[in-house]
Design a protein around this ligand. Structure first.
Ligand SMILES: Cc1ncc(COP(=O)(O)O)c(C=O)c1O
Length: 491
């Protein structure tokens, strides 16, 4: 009875998700109140039949976002890799927990192999690593390691009575730095933001000055967090200069390469990571650039003992001292989690299927596409680049006719700020393309094109830009406000 049910489930997934994603809309958007009405979220005392469950399955798919769709370019993950999916399915079917060799023999050795391999790709001195439930948690774990390095007693006695700890990071950093500074008791206010230049990179002189200032005020600089591939602009901080500053002041250097770190596979673009080996810890998210299914995030550390020293608790009901095998194979005690989903297999399986060269081709194809996208933005008068592209991120404004060449008019920024959200709303209601937008520092809202799906083509780029132009032309009908032509916004 369950066999037929599960076969039917797989068939539905094949038909409606895996092999359908490009024929359907990215999303069949419903406002929350309407979705509450057209989807039965209720739970009851008695279960429902398998036939009904299959209908719920179909409905769930119907109203969900198809992140494998080529026009899902909303986030730093996308695409649907067949080997990754197979890996994910196997992981879920086996439902292992990778804390002891006993419970997860294959996955334990696989983790050790893959972390060893990625460490070797970073540099000869790289020691150890761990899988984390996402880049945010990995960043937080690294900050905690930096504090432990400074003050190992903190593990037992806590931070009470210690001086003010401070972290330094880019003003364009990922928000997880603030979240985890707050979570582990450093405090958001003690995250010191370093200015970025016109393309989004940390200004090293500002870093040096701010460290000096904090030291003069009696604070303890715990870590500098540099980013290789910032979330919005895809900027790469100047690691070599930052590493020199960290050396001068003896500060832990953590590199958030959650987005950019996958470049390690590409001969052609690896140079963007130059200096990465000088860090003390690095986060790389294979679930972003390499399109491994979520979640797959790795924290690497140079010091091979620090994960055990900082995290271990030696619980005897799990890591018994008198095990029937060499208990050094049990990985669980170097982790913060106890039960832990196996994230390694899908990554290993994809790597096995494609080889390192397959990942390199994937990256190089995506970079070529991003270059083409940027070229199109430069060519079309209705678009304007926010800043020159450094990576996969192409940040741009759509300029309605009445704003083209009118940077000097009063209200220009305020008017432009409204454009991307209005066009996005239309795209989502249409269900055709899902693309992210955001403001940045003082810049008004702009679109960010970013794809991790290497089957997206130049034709798709044309489609996306034509669509934005068409929607823009349709919604910004000519009117008059303050002497300049303005839109009439209708949805
Ligand atoms: C630079 C950077 N670091 C960290 C993260 C957080 O990663 P996750 O979403 O896996 O928590 C992101 C997410 O986009 C990111 O862009």
């Amino acid at each position: 009875m369950h066999e037929n049910f599960l076969r039917a489930v797989v068939e539905i997934l094949f038909e409606n998700v895996v092999f359908a994603s490009n024929q359907t809309k990215v999303v069949l958007w419903q406002p929350p109140q309407k979705l509450e009405q057209c989807f039965d979220f209720s739970l009851g005392q008695n279960g429902v039949t398998q036939e009904k469950l299959l209908v719920f399955l179909k409905n769930t798919i119907k109203f969900s976002v198809k992140t494998g769709h080529r026009y899902f370019i909303n986030q730093l993950f996308s695409g649907l890799d067949p080997y990754g999916l197979a890996g994910q399915w196997l992981t879920d079917a086996l439902n292992a927990s990778v804390y002891t060799y006993e419970v997860a023999p294959v996955f334990t050795l696989m983790e050790t192999h893959i972390i060893g391999e990625v460490c070797r790709m970073v540099g000869p001195q790289w020691g150890d690593g761990m899988f984390c439930p996402g880049g945010s948690t990995a960043n937080g774990t690294a900050i905690n390691l930096a504090r432990f390095r400074y003050c190992p007693d903190i593990k037992k006695s806590g931070s009470c009575g210690l001086s003010r700890f401070v972290l330094f990071t880019s003003e364009e950093c990922h928000y997880s730095i603030h979240k985890f500074a707050s979570f582990i008791g450093i405090g958001e206010d003690n995250v010191i933001l370093i200015s970025t230049d016109s393309i989004g990179q940390i200004v090293p002189e500002d870093l040096d000055e701010k460290i000096k200032k904090e030291l003069a005020e009696g604070a303890i600089p715990l870590a500098v967090i540099a980013t290789l591939g910032t979330t919005v602009r895809g900027a790469f901080d100047p690691i070599c200069e930052i590493a020199e500053i960290c050396k001068k002041y003896n500060i832990w250097l953590h590199i958030d390469a959650a987005w950019g770190g996958g470049l390690i596979f590409s001969q052609k673009h690896r140079a963007k990571l130059n200096g990465i080996e000088r860090a003390d810890s690095i986060v790389i998210n294979p679930h972003k650039l390499l399109a491994v299914p979520q979640q797959c995030s790795i924290l690497l550390v140079k010091n091979r003992d620090i994960l055990y020293e900082c995290h271990s608790k030696h619980a005897e009901y799990l890591f018994q001292k008198d095990k029937y095998y060499d208990k050094s194979y049990d990985l669980g005690d170097k982790y913060l989690q106890c039960g832990r989903k196996c994230d390694v297999f899908k990554f290993w399986f994809m790597w096995k299927a494609k080889g390192s060269s397959g990942f390199a081709n994937h990256i190089d194809t995506l970079m070529d596409l991003a270059e083409y996208f940027e070229g199109q933005i430069r060519e079309r008068p209705e678009f304007m680049l926010v800043s020159p592209r450094q990576y996969m991120n192409v940040c741009f404004w759509y300029l309605p006719r009445y704003l083209q060449g009118k940077q000097n008019i009063l209200d220009y920024s305020a008017q432009l700020h409204k454009v991307a959200p209005q066009i996005k709303a239309m795209m989502i209601k249409h269900g055709s393309v899902m693309m992210g937008y955001q403001p940045l520092k003082k810049l008004p809202n702009f679109f960010r094109f970013v794809s991790q799906n290497s089957s997206v083509t130049k034709k798709d780029v044309t489609y996306i830009l034509d669509l934005i132009s068409e929607i823009g032309t349709a919604i910004y009908k000519v009117g008059h406000v303050r002497g300049c032509k303005v839109k009439v916004w209708k949805v």
